[in-house]
Write a protein that binds this ligand. Structure first.
Ligand code: MGD
Ligand code: MGD
Ligand code: MO
Length: 808
């Protein structure tokens, strides 16, 4: 989230689109209720289904899965043509006046630089700003230059008329206009809209671009950095925010630092590339501190072994031979027999990943599979035949499965990072049962045994293991406190920090501005620096007071970065440093410094006259409508159809087949044959969760199993009638990849939509059933979903795929 859960209470308008917060985030949803009750906020919900969130909305409109960019593009066009934008904000805090390189182009759905055989934009050289001889961006403050971002954006979205948007989304035009008009009222500085989204936006082959289009809307309205504004990802598992923060993706390092590629063997070049100089005079470009964060990380991992002479152990970092080893790539390799063993920790891939049958075949190619989990999961049992639900030939599977039972979060101390970026400490509630041991212990013992083996016998490139620092009191089981302190970071020696303060060697650091690149500081994750200081564990704080009545709660837990609750909050004040509206005050210039109800996201001594801009993580200091070369399918979001489209063409590019679905989506050659077409599978399937279950493990709990005992699918009344299906019938839902059977729930909550002059029916498929646990056995919903994903995040397209439905 750019903002925080509690800040939703400051919103005037709440748009829930691409998520079902009342159901999937029932606890956080209370802040929506709070905004409605005490701020007279209005709630708009846009979802293919009339959800539990929709049931408490002021206004609801249906949308076809996978078409949100058409809606957002139409909205951008509406805001620009009706002049409903926050002018001063847009002019000063965004890139509208920047001149784009002459090489940038867009024709019939394809941006410049596309290589159709590689299905990638291999030449992104035109996707950037024009730089002057002084090294700074060229601008046209009049916004008249046809190649400035404003004109290019206006031109790009002029195609998204209300007619084409409605035709693509299946949302009636009058309903669409009603929502656009209401959103447009938030372009006045005193009124803010917040957007809450989750998987309804991410689980698409164009998911990242949907979210970008929402960010563009919020920038046009001047709603980023504002109380009650922002673009807010409601995250999933209790610590999934922490997972990305700590760099657990294949191409990441902690704190959003990045792993080098094979081509980056030279340490100095690696650092220089990531240390971008400011692109505007007088601007701060915060990533200029990259080397301080990186060296502190290496000192944290390798201790005294990381020295200036060995470039802080740079050679010990893996170098990527391909951009990333995401989960689709790993299972594709596994399926090709290129993976011997797999350690599966707190993950149930056969249930969670798309195309269950493909995943199962891949697991069967492994020599060994280690499962670290408190439960017997579908993945640990993948080799067992369980009626029709897991139809395998057990004796043909040779994979050796080893189960290592772990405790779960409630059986250990530790911290979780929630959607608000709050690190909250939690305390052990019970001892784990039986042989269960903590994940920390299992991983530590594995490491110690591997290290011993390498020490005794040597081996290929042992240094990364042998040089690791392991300073814990009990090496077999470091305590959560020791690890948390290490992640915060400490001085490795006496030193003087940026403010001139003398820091004693061994002292816990108070914040990332103290980090240095000369080896005198260590920090396992720079953005967490400040979470465990000499003053103690900040994550365990539970002060609920709200002195400014702005719902910021600075004393509750600890938020990264620097206990800041709202990112980019400098943008909540105008160019003179005054809040855009006194009721929406976050930070302001008091004549000497930036101060406020939140920790300023800025250089506190930089006076407004100095002209430094608010978005200090970008070298140009402003927010981008034009994504330069950061996205894989183009600088402006463009609507593409799901890979399995119920209408067969992209209404925006009916004559260009190449632009039907995301030209840079994540798909492997072997997958094309497993895709279905509307002739055979006419309905748009979408999968989702229910309050009563958590994925695939709450079905092991008796009470949850009682609350939702049996697998079902949701079918609209009109389609049910057409198919002769009545509530309670058993139906078969099939895709090109397989089928599931379940009870039919016939409902008014899913209506047929008019899309591109044809009727599209949508089928709702909850995800929670499987063949372990105490609910009735069911089929894994992911039997149906295609094995492909988003062009940037590689997230599978679990929200839009083609199915057929038959009564059994
Ligand atoms: N009770 C419970 N809570 C959970 C979880 C759980 O399993 N159980 N899981 C947690 C996890 S890990 C996550 S990631 C979150 C997910 O949280 P959510 O994303 O809110 O959950 P979902 O039910 O997957 O899907 C959200 C909604 O997106 C809609 N949708 C589908 N396609 C589209 C589309 O193209 N456009 C739009 N606008 N909407 C669309 C669906 O109809 C659905 O109502 O929930 C978390 N919370
Ligand atoms: N079709 C479709 N597929 C989806 C989705 C969808 O909406 N539609 N949603 C996707 C999303 S957003 C998600 S997050 C995934 C979820 O997919 P998974 O993360 O694979 O699902 P969970 O059932 O939450 O599995 C987590 C496992 O962690 C175990 N566990 C709990 N605590 C601990 C612990 O402390 N240590 C260890 N080692 N294990 C522990 C649990 O017992 C459980 O087996 O599914 C994805 N798949
Ligand atoms: Mo998730």
């Amino acid at each position: 989230m750019t903002n925080t859960w509690t800040d939703i209470a400051n919103a005037n308008l709440i748009l829930v689109m691409g998520g079902n917060a009342a159901e999937a985030h029932p606890c956080g949803f209370k802040w929506v209720t709070e905004a409605k009750a005490h701020n007279k906020a209005r709630l708009i919900v846009v979802d293919p289904r009339f959800t539990r969130t929709a049931s408490v909305a002021d206004y609801y409109a249906p949308i076809r899965t996978g078409s949100d960019i058409a809606f957002m593009g139409g909205l951008i066009n509406y805001l620009l043509t009706q002049d409903k934008i926050q002018h001063e904000y847009v002019r000063n805090y965004t890139d509208v006046s920047f001149i784009v390189k002459a090489g940038y182009g867009f024709e019939d759905g394809i941006f410049s630089g596309y290589d159709a055989t590689k299905r990638l934009y291999t030449d992104k050289s035109g996707w950037g700003y024009e730089l002057g001889e002084d090294g700074f961006v060229k601008v046209d403050p009049t916004l008249q230059d046809p190649h400035c971002v404003y004109q290019l954006m206006k031109q790009h979205y002029s195609r998204y008329t209300p007619e084409i948007a409605s035709l693509t989304c299946g949302m009636p035009q009058d309903r669409m206009m009603k929502i656009w008009e209401e959103i447009a009222t938030c372009s006045t500085p005193g009124k803010t809209m917040t957007i809450l989204y989750a998987l309804g936006w991410t689980q698409h082959s164009i998911g990242s671009q949907i979210i970008r289009s929402a960010a563009m809307v919020q920038l046009l309205l001047g709603n980023v950095g504002m109380p009650g504004g922002g673009v807010n990802a409601l995250r999933g598992h209790s610590n999934i925010q922490g997972l990305t923060d700590l760099g657990l993706l294949s191409n990441a390092l902690p704190g959003y630092l990045t792993l080098p590629s094979d081509a980056e063997q030279d340490y100095d070049a690696y650092i220089t590339k990531r240390t971008q100089k400011p692109l505007r005079p007088g601007q701060l470009s915060y990533w200029q501190n990259y080397s301080k964060f990186h060296v502190s990380l290496m000192k944290s991992w390798y201790g005294a072994n990381a020295t200036a002479e060995n470039k802080w152990g740079y050679d010990w970092l893996p170098k990527l031979d391909i951009p990333n080893y995401d989960i689709l790539k790993m299972f594709d390799m596994m399926g090709k027999g290129q993976v011997n063993g797999y350690i599966c920790q707190g993950f149930n891939p056969i249930a969670a990943l798309p195309d269950k049958n493909r995943v199962m075949k891949a697991l069967a190619k492994l020599k060994w599979l280690v499962i670290m989990d408190p439960l017997a999961t579908e993945t640990s049992e993948f080799w067992q035949k369980v009626g029709p639900y897991n139809d395998v030939q057990t004796d043909a599977i040779q994979t050796e499965v080893i189960r290592l039972p772990t405790t779960c979060f409630a059986e250990e101390d530790g911290s979780l990072v929630n959607s608000s970026r709050w690190l909250q400490w939690h305390f052990k509630g019970a001892e784990g049962p039986g042989e269960a041991t903590t994940d920390i212990r299992i991983m530590s013992e594995l490491f110690l045994r591997l290290r011993k083996r390498y020490q005794e016998q040597g081996g290929a490139y042992a240094e990364p293991l042998l040089k690791l620092s392991w300073p814990y009191k009990v090496p077999e089981e470091p305590s959560p406190e020791e690890i948390a302190k290490e992640i915060n970071g400490a001085a490795t020696t006496d030193f003087t920090d940026f403010s001139g303060a003398a820091i004693k060697g061994g002292a816990q650091l108070t914040g990332f501005s103290q980090l240095k690149d000369d080896g005198s500081t260590a920090s396992g994750c720079w953005i967490f620096c400040g979470s465990w200081t000499e003053a103690g564990n900040q994550m365990a704080r539970r002060d609920n007071s709200d002195p400014y009545d702005m719902h910021q709660h600075q004393g509750w837990a600890w938020a990264w970065p620097s206990n800041r609750r709202i990112l980019y909050n400098r943008a909540s004040a105008d160019t003179h440093g005054n809040p855009w509206d006194p009721k929406k005050r976050l930070v302001w210039w008091n004549g000497k410094a930036w101060t406020g109800t939140d920790v300023p996201d800025f250089v506190v001594t930089s006076a407004p006259e100095a002209g430094m801009n608010p978005f200090i993580m970008n070298p140009e200091g402003v927010a981008r409508f034009f994504a330069v070369d950061k996205m894989n399918e183009g600088p402006f979001p463009e609507h593409y159809e799901p890979f399995e489209t119920p209408i067969g063409i992209n209404p925006l590019h009916p004559n260009n087949k190449q632009a039907t679905s995301n030209p840079a989506g994540r798909i492997f050659d072997s997958v094309w044959d497993s895709l279905g077409v509307a002739k055979d599978f006419p309905y748009a399937g979408t999968s989702y969760r229910l309050t009563e279950h958590f994925h695939y493990w709450s079905k092991h709990c008796r009470l949850n199993a009682i609350a939702q005992p049996e697998q079902f699918v949701e079918i609209g009344e009109a389609l049910a009638k057409e198919k002769g299906i009545v509530a309670g019938d058993r139906v078969r839902v099939s895709s090109k990849r397989g089928f599931i059977e379940a009870v039919a729930v016939v409902t008014k909550r899913i209506r047929p939509l008019q899309v591109n002059n044809q009727v599209v029916h949508q089928i709702g498929i909850p995800i929670h059933w499987g063949f372990t646990g105490t609910t009735r056995n069911g089929y894994l919903a992911n039997t149906l979903v295609p094995f492909l994903g988003d062009g940037n995040s590689q997230t599978p397209e679990s929200k839009s795929f083609l199915v057929n439905v038959e009564k059994i």
